[in-house]
Design a protein around this ligand. Structure first.
Ligand code: NAX
Ligand code: K
Length: 489
């Protein structure tokens, strides 16, 4: 599990740790890790041309100290001081003593650089890059140099992943002590490139519950249900699917396709697309009536392609089992029906549906995904999976929000959300709690899309469903599946 903490939590942890350590130790740990990462990228440090973009705070200090280490190993290091009168003094002195120099003109060294270190702002940054930094950051990005962000890409919001103005785009971010939420949530995550964590000894000082966390293969592998010796199809869980309509039978077929591969013992479909479902999946139990007439299930998925069948949504929400509501079901949802529920509810909106549920514009949700998912969960008293470039899962009672690291633009294909809802519903039936079911489903779904896309042909939602077994295998057998998943943060 990768854990991310807020700026406030990081600062408190740093204070407690610093109180026990000699002055400057943490900055030296950060600078040493940063310089080592840079040396690894450069291969040969001697003779390399390195440019430091240095802001007014300790982020600039880290950068100067790392620059000094590279200069001592023979790199030509030039520092661009964006706030010359407020530059970290000891760091600058160390750089100069190691043979580094201050650049008078930022653009000339940037044009010839092999490596640029972005030390403009770290966790102390607010708002996008200031106007004077914008042309410098653009020149860095426009050069052939590898751009390494120090702690965070400058200009992004550490706590939320929002980007309120222009922000630097890095190839690699070397972050210190812990991940910050912005490194795991788009749009900021998209600016970070690959992310590497340098341990500075903060671990023991951080709270036990992080702000945000991102699953890794081993976490998902531990969650996945496995049949035991005493299992039968009912004990493994039956998932009910109330989806599709005469007009949209495909949504029902795709939701069932996802549900069949989620580990439940059986999938029971009810609704007007029963013929289409049974033709495709003879292993599915089907009925044409209302959800209330279906036999016992351990979870329900309601909504994909269901059209205007609000009665079906109400019936499902009246059942005392976990319920996942998606797509049309979200439009038909009556918040009052959720309030009376005691079993968990999982809502799976995309940004547009989330915006409608919150009564705001879609752009607002996309710009502030973390705040939006938290607000939705609190307001509806439900676990919420907000789909998008970074899929997020929040519980109504607070706790760590899960950020899905497996998302891929390949998932932007019709029907892929239906597969996801079936899959997550199946994991609910198998006994996972709503947050685990939602985040494990998003992870497997993204991994399946990546595996299918790696075959090099355009992807359909059905391909994603068909590749889910490979994704299960991938998380269980790291090394095989891990490559496609990418070790990107
Ligand atoms: N506190 C610690 O113990 C440690 C801190 N470390 C480093 O220190 C950083 C935090 O340092 P600071 O608290 O000094 O903060 P930063 O260096 O992140 O930035 C704060 C400075 O930037 C200015 N600023 C804010 N927004 C700006 C913007 N949009 N454009 C330009 N300037 C802006 C502020 O006026 C302030 O002077 C971390 O990100 C990390 O790199 C590391 O050395 C590890 C130890
Ligand atoms: K930075």
């Amino acid at each position: 599990m990768r854990s991310a903490y807020s700026v406030e939590e990081v600062r408190h942890a740093e204070e407690r740790l610093m109180a026990r350590l000699p002055d400057g130790v943490l900055m030296q740990r950060a600078a040493a890790g940063l310089a080592a990462a840079c040396a690894g990228l450069l291969g040969r440090v001697y003779g390399a041309r390195v440019v430091l973009l240095v802001g007014s705070g300790a982020n600039g200090g880290d950068t100067l100290w790392a620059g000094a280490r590279l200069a001592r190993r023979g790199a030509g290091v030039a520092a661009v001081l964006l706030a010359p009168e407020r530059t970290h003094e000891a760091g600058l002195a160390a750089l100069l003593a190691a043979g580094g120099r201050i650049a008078d003109d930022p653009f000339e060294p940037l044009a010839a650089a092999d490596l640029v270190l972005d030390g403009i702002t770290g966790i102390g940054g607010r708002g996008g890059l200031r106007p004077d930094a914008v042309p410098v950051a653009r020149a860095a990005r426009g050069s052939d140099a590898v751009v390494v962000a120090v702690d965070l890409p400058s200009g992004v919001e550490a706590d939320t992943g929002e980007v309120r103005g222009e922000a630097l785009r890095a190839d690699l971010t070397v972050t210190f002590g812990t991940y910050k939420p912005g490194l795991l949530v788009d749009p900021a995550r998209g600016h970070a490139g690959a992310v590497r964590l340098v341990d500075i000894g903060l671990g023991g000082e951080l709270p036990s519950v992080p702000r945000l966390e991102a699953l890794q293969h081993a976490d998902v592998a531990r969650m996945l249900p496995l049949p035991g010796a005493g299992s039968d199809k009912y004990r493994r869980g039956v998932v009910g699917v109330a989806a599709g309509s005469a007009r949209y039978p495909g949504a029902a077929v795709l939701a069932v396709a996802g549900a069949l591969r989620g580990g439940a013992g059986a999938v029971r479909y009810v609704g007007p697309a029963a013929d289409a479902v049974i033709a495709r999946f003879p292993e599915c139990l089907v009925g044409t009536g209302q959800p209330g007439t279906a036999g016992r299930v351990q979870s329900w998925v309601v909504g994909p392609g269901i059209g205007d069948r609000g009665d079906a949504v109400r019936e499902v929400l009246a059942a005392d089992v976990p319920v996942l509501v998606d797509a049309d079901g979200l439009r038909l949802l009556d918040a009052a029906d959720l309030r009376g529920r005691t079993a968990p509810t999982l809502l799976t909106p995309h940004a547009g549906e989330a915006a409608a549920l919150l009564g705001v514009a879609r752009e607002e949700v996309e710009a502030a995904r973390l705040a939006s998912v938290r607000e939705l969960a609190a307001r509806y008293g439900a676990t919420v999976l907000l789909k998008g470039s970074t899929t997020l899962v929040a519980d109504p009672g607070g706790g760590a929000v899960r950020a899905d690291p497996m998302g891929t633009p390949w998932l932007a294909t019709a029907g892929s959300g239906d597969v996801l809802s079936g899959l997550a519903g199946s994991l609910l039936a198998a006994g996972l709690d709503a947050r685990d079911a939602a985040s494990a489903a998003a992870y497997l779904h993204g991994l399946a899309a990546r595996l299918a896309a790696a075959r090099g042909t355009p992807l359909t939602a059905h391909d994603v469903a068909a590749t889910l077994p490979e994704a299960w295998h991938g998380v269980r057998e790291p090394g095989e599946g891990a490559g496609v998943g990418g070790s990107r943060a």
